[in-house]
Design a binder for this molecule. Structure first.
Ligand SMILES: [Zn+2]
Length: 421
């Protein structure tokens, strides 16, 4: 008999309460009512005395890899864990941005992960569970980053991967996914990917890795909360998360709530979601006090490819709930603000993709409108590297190139001494 150390973990339907076994039941959504499932922990029954040790004992260590937090995550036996060395990126103070805004700004930069984005955290958890469940074929929709991550982990685990994506996907992302062995299905004119996925799932039983429909991915994002606790030597007042499906934001908030349940953290930060103005469905719903969001805008109208879904996933009910519970806020930003923020983060040494830069653009708005006050402590979730979509800033930076022939070397000398005329 195999005994799992955190056998007090289960999947629970958020509507009808049906319970599923995380180690045996190959389920995406509730088989009874079709609603989303959530990973629940019986912390009391677990009586896990080393929880605070896992979290607090790690203060001095700046390299907390994802599986350091194994006991606080759904996990199979060690032999089934699929890892590429994800997690462990530092939370670093952004001194120039802090000075500019009068706020203590920290960056959680995920670009150092195996495929360059925060998706690796959730995918390592989700693919590990899928391997234990003996899943053979994986299906997902993605604007690119999640698919790249799934392709990497599934390829390692020997799971065949099929990715639905749009025409607009960047060349870098597309080639990444293909190099990692996945089958790419580009659907032209794909407006509502969630509806398309549901259609497929109704016809063929296939295990899916889309955020939330896969109940394990958001669990990986809880580690942002753990790391804020372990690495920041003060309480964070705000955590700003770019919002696509909302899995990162919701998972992070879940991590904070579970730490409160475990009795290791009292003051939870307020969550701030940010979307590009072109598809600000969840921002709109939040401002109107609604519990579900409706389709809004057109994804092709923004440079922020990773967040370019005009259809909210499952009505964005989970991220909206997280914003409400945390007394947070939602803001939209323009492409112009996003590109400016990419370059500002460049001054801090990070080249991020537009989606990550939305976090800084949002913070600037929140400081301007007074939601964030001078002296507050803010953590920005910088979700991915700029190398995945470099053409986003091409137009802006191209004129920085100086072209010359060998006969013009005098001009180079002038540039060196600081006279670029
Ligand atoms: Zn149900």
């Amino acid at each position: 008999v195999v005994v799992h150390r955190n056998c007090e973990t289960r999947l629970e339907c958020e509507r009808c309460g049906q319970i599923y076994d995380i180690h045996c039941d190959v389920v995406n959504t509730c088989e009874r009512c079709g609603s989303l499932l959530e990973v629940k922990y019986d912390f009391e029954r677990a009586g896990n005395p080393d929880v605070s040790l896992i979290l607090k004992g790690s203060n001095k260590c700046d390299s907390l890899m994802l599986w350091h937090f194994k006991e606080l995550l759904p996990h199979p036996l060690d032999s089934d864990i699929v890892t590429l060395g994800e997690g462990g990126s530092p939370i670093r103070r952004l001194s120039k941005v802090s000075e500019m805004l009068g706020v203590k700004v920290y960056a959680k930069y995920y670009g150092t992960n195996p495929t360059g984005t925060h998706k690796d955290l959730g995918m390592s958890v989700a693919v590990s569970m899928a391997k234990e469940l003996k899943v053979k074929t994986a299906l997902t929709f993605s604007t690119g980053n999640a698919a790249t991550s799934l392709a990497a982990y599934a390829n390692l685990a020997g799971i065949r991967t099929i990715v639905l994506t749009r025409d607009e996907i960047s060349r870098e992302k597309l080639l990444n996914i293909l190099a990692l062995g996945a089958t790419v299905v580009q659907v032209s004119g794909l407006k509502d990917p969630w509806k398309a996925l549901n259609k497929v799932r109704k016809k063929v039983r296939v295990y899916t890795f889309t955020n939330f429909v896969n109940p394990f991915r958001a669990e990986g994002h809880k580690t942002l909360a753990y790391e804020v606790f372990a690495k920041l030597h003060e309480d964070a007042d705000f955590v700003v998360c770019p919002l696509g499906t909302g899995g990162g934001l919701w998972g992070t908030w879940k991590g904070f709530k579970e730490m409160r349940t475990l009795g290791v953290m009292d003051n939870l930060p307020r969550m701030v979601a940010v979307q590009p103005e072109a598809v600000m469905h969840t921002v709109k719903a939040f401002k109107e006090g609604k519990e579900t969001a409706e389709a809004f805008g057109e994804g092709r109208n923004t440079v922020v490819q990773s967040l370019a879904d005009s259809e909210p996933f499952y009505g964005a009910t989970r991220p909206l709930q997280a914003l409400k519970e945390s007394r947070g806020d939602a803001v939209s930003v323009t492409d112009q603000e996003v590109i400016a923020s990419v370059l500002e983060l460049g001054k801090e040494g990070y080249f991020v993709e537009p989606a990550a830069a939305t976090a800084l653009a949002a913070l600037k708005r929140e400081v301007d409108n007074g939601f964030v006050s001078k002296g507050d402590t803010v953590v920005l979730s910088l979700t991915g590297t700029g190398l995945k979509q470099p053409e986003a800033i091409e137009e802006t930076v191209r004129n920085g190139i100086v072209k010359m022939g060998m006969e013009d070397l005098d001009r180079l000398f002038k540039i060196i001494v600081g006279d670029p005329t």
